[in-house]
Design a protein around this ligand. Structure first.
Ligand code: PRX
Length: 633
C-alpha cells in the first residue's frame, strides 16, 4: 500500500501499525517511492540509544536541494516556490518560481564557493526574513556546507558563541533589518561579534535597509558586488545520508547552547512526509508558517518540508502588529493562504486586540490552522477556531522540538480529530511513552508522566556539535535506552497526548526555548550580584515570562541600578527575548542542606501559589521563604 498520503483514519491505523511492527519496510517504502536518490541505502535504520548512535538510510547518496528544487523544475518549473511579503506594505512583494529558485540558489552557492567555503565547512547565517535567507540556507545545502542559522534577534555575544562553537569561517548577514516601524543594524552586531572570534573570518553582506555601514576590507564583501559574476547553475554536491545538513543551537538547562546536528536523508524524508500529511498540502495550496527561519520551525516547515513537496511557501519579513494588528489576516486574504501555522503567543497577542482586526477580512481560503512551540490554552484555541477558522478549519497543535527535527505528535486534518489543548496522537513511526521518575513505563491512560520516545524516527538529531557526551547525557541518560524530551505530558482515556510543559530548567517564553542556567551565568558576572535564580511564571500573552530572584554582594547598593543593569546584560549576552519581566532583590535564596537552590519553591512563589510550597522545614534557611513571599512582585 502506498502510505505517502494519509487521508483517512483506517489508513492512519494500518500505516501506524506497520510503522511500529515493521519500521524498516515502512520507511524504506516512503523513502524510495517519494524522493530522488543517487544511490539507495544499505540499511534503513541502525540505532543504539545507549550510545546515542542513530543512522538512517546508511550509505544512501542524495542532495536535499535536488529534492527541494531540481525535481520540481523538471515537472512544474513555473510553479511559485517562495512568496515574499515585505515588512513594509508599500514595498512590492516578490515571488520565485521553482526554476527561478534554482537560479538564485545556484548563484548564491557559486558565491559561497568563490569565497572559499567547501563541503563540510560551517557557514553562519545571520539574516532577517528576506529571500536571501532562504537562498543562503539552500545554497549551503547545495554544496554540502553545514549551515548554522542564528536568529537575527540574538545579541553579538550569542552570535560569537555560536560562530566559535562550530568554528564557522563565513557569516552571511545584511546591512540591517526592518521589523515593524523599526530598523535594526545587523552588520554592527556582526562586527561586534567578530571581535570575539578568530581572524580567519569573512562576512558576506546583503543590502536590505541601505543604511550606512562599515565595511572592513579583505574581510567584508557585498553580495551584489560578486553575484553578477557567477554562473547561474551550480552542480549539486553528492552527499551521504548521514552527512550533517545543519547545526541549530538550542538552549539547554545548563551551560552554553547546544548545537543540534541534523543530517541529510532522514531529516529530508521525515520533514517532507510530516509536512504533506499534517498540513494535507495539495497542489494549488498556498502555505504560510509565520515562524522565523532562525528557529527549527522555519527550517523544517518554511523551507525543507514545503519545498521538498513542491509547495508554495510564504515568507513574511515583518511582525503581526505592523502597520496594525490585522497584518496576518490581510496577508492571508491577499495570498489566499490555505494553511496557516503560527505560535500560541501570537494568537494570544492578536486575540487581545479584539476581533475588530479580523472583521471584514476574507479568510475563506483557509483550510488548516496550526500551532507550535508551547502549549495552547483553551481560550486562545477557541479564539483561533472561531475567529480565524470560522469553526471550519481543523487545528493541528503540533508538538516537537529542535532536537526532533520534525513534528512528532499532532492531529491530522480529517484523519485524527483535534482536541483543544491536546497535541493528540503520535505521527507515523513515533512511539511516545510516559514514564514515572524512575523510568517505569506508565501504561494506563488518564495519566501524567514524563514524555519519552522509545524508538528513533528519521529526523532525530544525531549529536551535539563537538560534544557527543553531552548529547548522551542530556537525552539518553535520565531514562536509559529512551529519548527523554524534557517535557511532561498527560494521556487521556483515548490515548491523546497533552503536553503539560517542561520538567527541567528550560522555560518557553513566547514560544522560545530559554534555559535559565545560561541567563543566571550571564547575570552572575555582574560585580555586585552574589547569586541569582531564574524561574518561569505564567504570563497572559507570552505563555511564560521570567522572574529573577537576585541576592547582592552588598545590600547597600541601589537596587534600581542593578535591575536595569541586569536586563542590559541579558540583552547583550543572550538577546532581548531573554529579558526578565520581574526582578526581586532578596537577602537569600532557599537552599537545601547541600546548598542547592530550591527552584521548585521559587517557581511557586513566582506564580503566586504561596499555599502549596510543600515541606520547607528541611531547608537550610527556611526563614528566607516568608521574606521572599512578603516582597514578591
Ligand atoms: O516544551 C515543548 C514546547 O517547546 C519545546 C521545544 O522547543 P524548541 O526546541 O524551541 O522547538 C519549538 C518548535 C518546535 C518542547 O520541548 N513545545 C513545542 N511544541 C509544543 C510545545 N508544547 C506544547 N505544545 C506544543 N504543540
Amino acid at each position: 500500500m502506498n502510505n505517502y498520503l494519509i487521508n483517512n483514519k483506517n489508513k492512519y491505523d494500518s500505516a501506524y501499525n506497520e510503522s511500529l511492527n515493521n519500521p524498516e519496510k515502512f520507511w524504506n517504502d516512503i523513502a524510495s517511492e517519494n524522493f530522488s536518490w543517487y544511490d539507495k541505502w544499505s540499511s534503513v535504520v541502525k540505532w543504539d540509544f545507549h550510545k546515542a548512535k542513530i543512522n538512517w538510510f546508511s550509505n544512501a547518496k542524495l542532495n536535499i536541494t535536488v529534492n527541494c528544487i531540481d525535481r520540481h523544475v523538471k515537472t512544474n518549473p513555473h510553479k511559485i516556490a517562495i512568496l515574499f511579503e515585505p515588512n513594509n506594505v508599500n514595498e512590492k512583494p516578490k515571488s520565485f518560481t521553482y526554476s527561478e529558485l534554482l537560479v538564485e540558489v545556484s548563484k548564491m552557492a557559486n558565491v559561497l564557493k568563490s569565497l572559499g567555503v567547501k563541503k563540510g565547512d560551517r557557514v553562519c547565517i545571520y539574516l532577517p526574513m528576506i529571500p536571501e535567507l532562504a537562498f543562503s540556507v539552500l545554497a549551503c545545502a547545495r554544496i554540502g556546507v553545514i549551515h548554522s542559522v542564528v536568529f537575527a534577534g540574538f545579541s553579538s555575544d550569542a552570535l560569537a558563541t555560536r560562530i566559535n562553537d562550530c568554528n564557522s569561517s563565513l557569516t552571511i548577514t545584511s546591512d540591517g533589518s526592518f521589523r515593524g516601524a523599526k530598523t535594526l543594524n545587523l552588520k554592527n552586531i556582526v562586527d561586534d561579534a567578530l571581535l570575539k572570534c578568530n581572524d580567519e573570518q569573512k562576512v558576506l553582506v546583503v543590502k536590505r535597509t541601505l543604511e550606512p555601514i562599515k565595511m572592513i576590507s579583505k574581510r567584508d564583501v557585498f553580495l551584489e558586488d560578486i553575484i553578477s559574476g557567477v554562473d547561474v547553475y551550480c552542480k549539486p554536491e553528492i552527499m551521504d545520508a548521514e552527512d550533517p545538513l545543519f547545526i541549530l543551537y538550542t538552549s539547554g538547562s545548563t551551560g552554553k547552547p547546544k548545537g543540534m546536528v541534523h543530517t541529510t536523508a532522514g531529516y529530508m524524508v521525515y520533514t517532507s512526509y510530516t509536512f504533506k500529511n499534517i498540513f494535507q498540502y495539495t497542489d494549488n495550496d498556498v502555505y504560510w508558517c509565520t515562524a522565523d527561519i532562525g528557529w527549527i520551525t522555519g527550517h523544517s516547515y518554511i523551507l525543507y518540508g514545503p519545498l521538498s513537496n513542491g509547495a508554495t511557501t510564504l515568507m513574511f519579513e515583518g511582525v503581526p502588529s505592523y502597520p496594525d494588528f490585522s497584518r496576518f489576516w490581510s496577508i492571508v486574504e491577499k495570498y489566499k493562504v490555505t494553511q496557516f501555522y503560527t505560535a500560541p503567543t501570537a494568537i494570544r497577542a492578536l486575540a487581545r486586540q479584539g476581533v475588530k482586526f479580523v472583521q471584514g477580512i476574507d479568510l475563506s481560503s483557509l483550510k488548516v490552522l496550526g500551532t507550535v512551540g508551547e502549549p495552547i490554552n483553551e481560550e486562545a484555541w477557541n479564539w483561533y477556531n472561531i475567529n480565524i477558522g470560522k469553526n471550519n478549519c481543523p487545528i493541528v497543535d503540533t508538538w516537537w522540538q529542535t532536537e526532533t527535527g520534525g513534528i512528532l505528535i499532532s492531529s491530522i486534518p480529517n484523519v485524527i480529530p483535534d482536541k483543544p489543548t491536546f497535541a493528540t496522537k503520535p505521527f507515523l513511526g513515533v512511539q511516545p511513552m510516559l514514564v514515572d521518575d524512575n523510568g517505569n513505563e506508565l501504561k494506563d491512560n488518564n495519566i501524567v508522566g514524563k514524555l519519552c520516545i522509545n524508538f528513533p524516527w528519521p529526523s532525530i538529531a544525531r549529536t551535539i556539535w563537538g560534544n557527543h557526551e553531552r548529547y548522551i547525557n542530556t537525552y539518553f541518560s535520565t531514562f536509559k535506552g529512551k529519548y527523554f524530551t524534557g517535557d511532561g505530558a498527560y494521556r487521556d482515556e483515548y490515548g491523546n497526548y497533552r503536553i503539560t510543559g517542561r520538567v527541567d530548567d528550560v522555560v518557553i517564553v513566547s514560544g522560545h526555548n530559554l534555559g535559565t542556567a545560561p541567563i543566571e551565568d550571564a547575570i552572575n558576572e555582574h560585580p555586585n550580584i552574589a547569586e541569582s535564580a531564574i524561574v518561569g511564571f505564567p504570563h497572559e500573552i507570552k505563555g511564560n515570562a521570567l522572574y529573577g530572584f537576585i541576592t547582592l554582594k552588598d545590600s547597600s547598593i541601589d537596587s534600581n541600578y542593578i535591575k536595569s543593569d541586569i536586563n542590559k546584560i541579558i540583552s547583550n549576552k543572550i538577546g532581548p527575548i531573554a529579558k526578565l519581566d520581574k526582578i526581586q532583590i532578596t537577602t537569600g535564596l532557599p537552599k537545601t542542606r547541600s546548598g542547592k537552590i530550591m527552584r521548585r519553591i521559587l517557581r511557586k512563589i513566582a506564580s503566586g501559589d504561596f499555599n502549596n510550597l510543600g515541606d520547607i522545614s528541611t531547608l537550610l534557611n527556611p526563614e528566607v521563604v516568608n521574606k521572599i513571599i512578603n516582597n514578591s512582585l
